[in-house]
Ligand binder design. Structure first.
Ligand code: HEC
Length: 165
């Protein structure tokens, strides 16, 4: 073989090797390597009392018919509503209180869903319960790295471009 041919072969070898190494690296990303698994990104800042009162109200008012909380929702429901996990990183207590108190929640947050799927008004709940619910939901936080990863995935899915923070 001539010199030039060896050089081409060597180059091909390098490229194949590079792809193999990359495949090994990308298949051992988060999720497959337990050492890199950062765990569940959701947490609450609620005191034990608030957590108990909040969970009671969520159960009494059947929020899980439509929303997941701690990644759990009622089996029979198929409403495409946002999860409550991490909601406190998106909305604050004052916003939540006025949302739960609104006679028409869709005036606060527009909905594209069928009327029977939409967020119901909780204005008839006692004010103390609406305040507790608002405080509890505001305590449901999500870790920053998870938000950042979600933004990145969404951006790349929608645009096909690389995401730069
Ligand atoms: C019938 C289904 C249903 C029930 C029951 C329900 N929700 Fe909703 N909720 C929705 C939908 C759907 C939305 C998205 C807005 C819309 O489409 O009206 C929503 C929106 C929200 C939002 C705002 C989300 C955002 O993106 O800012 C919060 C907070 C919320 N719900 C909390 C609750 C709580 C707490 C309960 C129980 C007290 C509850 N929901 C009960 C369907 C429901």
């Amino acid at each position: 073989m001539k010199r030039g041919e060896w050089a081409v072969l060597a180059l091909i070898g390098l490229m194949v090797g590079g792809v193999m190494v990359r495949n090994i690296l990308t298949t051992s990303g988060p999720g497959t390597d337990p050492a890199k698994d950062r765990g569940i990104p959701f947490y609450t800042t609620a005191s034990p009392d608030l957590a108990r009162a909040g969970a009671d109200l969520v159960r009494q008012n059947q929020c899980r018919q439509c929303h997941s909380l701690w990644s759990v929702r009622d089996m029979m429901q198929a409403v495409p509503s946002p999860p409550l996990d991490g909601m406190g990183s998106l909305r604050d207590e004052a916003w939540l209180f006025q949302y739960f108190s609104a006679s028409n929640p869709q005036a606060v947050l527009p909905s594209r869903l069928k009327p029977e799927y939409r967020m119901p008004s909780y204005k008839d709940l006692p004010e103390a319960d609406r305040r507790t619910l608002a405080r509890y939901v505001a305590s449901l936080k999500v870790q920053d790295w998870y938000l950042e990863e979600t933004r990145k995935t969404e951006f790349e899915k929608l645009t096909g471009k690389d995401y730069k923070p």
